[in-house]
Ligand binder design. Structure first.
Ligand SMILES: [Zn+2]
Length: 395
C-alpha cells in the first residue's frame, strides 16, 4: 500500500512539473516538454492527455519541425478559469478579474462608507459577486480570491492589527470563505504589491526588490533572492513604523515619530489641512489627495512645499532600506504615485544624498508603472498560486 501511495504522489508531482513547463513555455511541443523536464515521452504524453481532458492545456496546429513530421503544439489554457484580486484601502475596495495567467479582464471599485470589518467584508463579497457574474463562461469558473489588506496578517488569514483601519484580530479569511464559498487568501497589501511588481511589472527578472506601498500609511514588500521575504511569523515589512523622529508625533501603532507620519498620503493631507488655500477649497472639511494634486497643478506654493517635504521624508526612509537590503530595484507604488511630478525631485535627491554610495551605485529607484494595479495583481496571483497548488495535490 505504501508503494502505491508513493507512486501516486510521484505521478502528481510529474503532472505538476509538466503543467508548470507548459504554463511557462507555451506554445511547446510534447518532445520539448520531455526534453526540458527529463521525463520520458510516454509519461509526458499520458500526463498531457490528462491535462487536456481537464481543460488546462489545449493543442494548436503544427509548429516548426526540426526534420520529420511537424509536432502539434501545446498551449496553456489561460481562459480555463479566473481569479479575483482585491486591494482594501481605508476608504475603498478595488477588485480585478484576471485569467489564469494574471491578465486583467475586468475590474470594479467601491467607496467604503466605514472601515467596520463587517462592512468592508460585505463590500469585498459584493465585488466578488459582481465580477463573478460578469466573468466569461469557463470550465473552472472563479477559482479563488486574493485580498491585500494594509495590516499584519497571520497564516490563518486573520488580520491581527491594521492601525489605519482600526482593526485588531479580524478573521477576514474565514468571514469571506463563509460568505462566498470560495477559496480565499489574505495577505498584507505591500506583499501583494511586491509580488505584483515582481511578476507583472516592467522588469520581471529582478531577484532583490523592495516595493514601497505609500498610501494612507506605508508598507513594504520585500523580495529577496526571487522570493517574498516574510520573516519568522510572516510579519516582515512594517517599515512605515520605523521611528524616524525620536520624540515625534504619536502614531496609531502606539509608537512615536513613525516614518509614515511624515511621508504618506495621510502626512500630506494632515500638513495641508491647515492651509488657507485648502480651507477655502474644502470649506474646512476634509481634503483629498486629488484636491491637493489640483492645487499643485495650479502651482500653489504651499502645496508644492508640502509635496517637496513628503518626497524628502520618503527619501530618508528609502535610503535606510537601501542601506539595509542592498536591493537592485526599489519601486514606489500605490496612491503616492499620483504625486510623482511634485515629489520625485526631492525624493531622488534625498536618496542620492543619504544612501551609502556603494549601495546607491547599483540600485534602480522608480515610481511604479503599474500605478494602482500592483496590489490587485499580486493579490490575484496569490489566489492563482493557491489554485494550482491545490489542483496539483488533488489530482
Ligand atoms: Zn507607527
Amino acid at each position: 500500500m505504501k508503494q502505491t501511495g508513493d507512486l501516486f504522489l510521484v505521478k502528481k508531482i510529474n503532472k505538476s512539473i509538466v503543467l508548470d513547463t507548459i504554463r511557462a513555455r507555451s506554445p511547446i511541443s510534447r518532445a520539448k516538454v520531455s526534453e526540458s523536464t527529463g521525463l520520458n515521452k510516454t509519461t509526458v504524453s499520458s500526463l498531457v492527455n490528462e491535462l487536456i481532458d481537464e481543460h488546462l492545456v489545449h493543442e494548436m496546429g503544427p509548429g516548426e519541425s526540426s526534420g520529420g513530421r511537424k509536432p502539434l503544439m501545446l498551449l496553456f489554457n489561460d481562459q480555463a478559469g479566473y481569479a479575483i484580486g482585491i486591494d482594501v484601502r481605508i476608504d475603498s475596495v478595488s477588485a480585478v478579474l484576471t485569467d489564469l495567467k494574471g491578465a486583467i479582464k475586468d475590474r470594479c471599485f467601491f467607496k467604503l462608507s466605514s472601515a467596520e470589518p463587517q462592512h468592508v467584508s460585505s463590500i469585498i463579497a459584493r465585488s466578488v459577486r459582481e465580477l463573478s457574474a460578469r466573468a466569461p463562461e469557463s470550465p473552472y469558473g472563479v477559482v479563488g480570491v486574493g485580498v491585500g489588506v494594509p495590516g499584519i496578517v497571520d497564516e490563518q488569514g486573520s488580520v491581527l492589527f491594521a492601525p489605519n483601519l482600526h482593526w485588531s484580530n479580524v478573521p477576514l479569511q474565514q468571514m469571506l470563505m463563509d460568505e462566498l464559498q470560495l477559496p480565499v487568501v489574505i495577505d498584507n497589501e505591500a506583499n501583494a504589491g511586491a509580488v505584483g511588481e515582481h511578476k507583472f511589472g516592467a522588469v520581471q527578472d529582478t531577484q532583490n526588490l523592495l516595493y514601497i506601498s505609500v498610501s494612507h500609511g506605508i508598507g513594504t514588500g520585500i523580495i529577496m533572492g526571487g522570493h517574498l521575504y516574510r520573516g519568522s511569523s510572516g510579519f516582515a515589512g512594517e517599515a512605515g513604523h520605523f521611528s524616524i523622529k525620536l520624540d515625534g508625533a504619536d502614531c496609531s501603532c502606539g509608537n512615536k515619530g513613525c516614518w509614515e507620519l511624515y511621508a504618506s498620503e495621510n502626512a500630506l493631507l494632515s500638513a495641508a489641512s491647515s492651509l488657507e488655500s485648502v480651507q477655502a477649497l474644502t470649506g474646512h472639511g476634509p481634503v483629498t489627495l486629488e484636491e491637493l494634486i489640483g492645487l499643485a497643478e495650479q502651482g500653489d506654493p504651499d502645496i508644492l512645499e508640502i509635496m517637496n517635504s513628503a518626497g524628502h521624508h520618503l527619501g530618508i526612509g528609502i535610503s535606510n532600506l537601501i542601506n539595509l537590503f542592498n536591493p537592485e530595484r526599489v519601486i514606489i507604488g500605490n496612491r503616492i504615485a499620483l504625486t510623482e511630478p511634485w515629489i520625485a525631485k526631492s525624493l531622488y535627491d534625498t536618496v542620492k544624498e543619504r544612501s551609502l554610495s556603494f549601495h546607491y551605485a547599483r540600485v534602480s529607484l522608480e515610481i511604479s508603472r503599474l500605478h494602482l494595479d500592483s496590489g490587485v495583481l499580486g493579490a490575484a496571483s496569490f489566489a492563482l498560486q493557491n489554485f494550482f497548488a491545490k489542483t496539483q495535490i488533488s489530482l
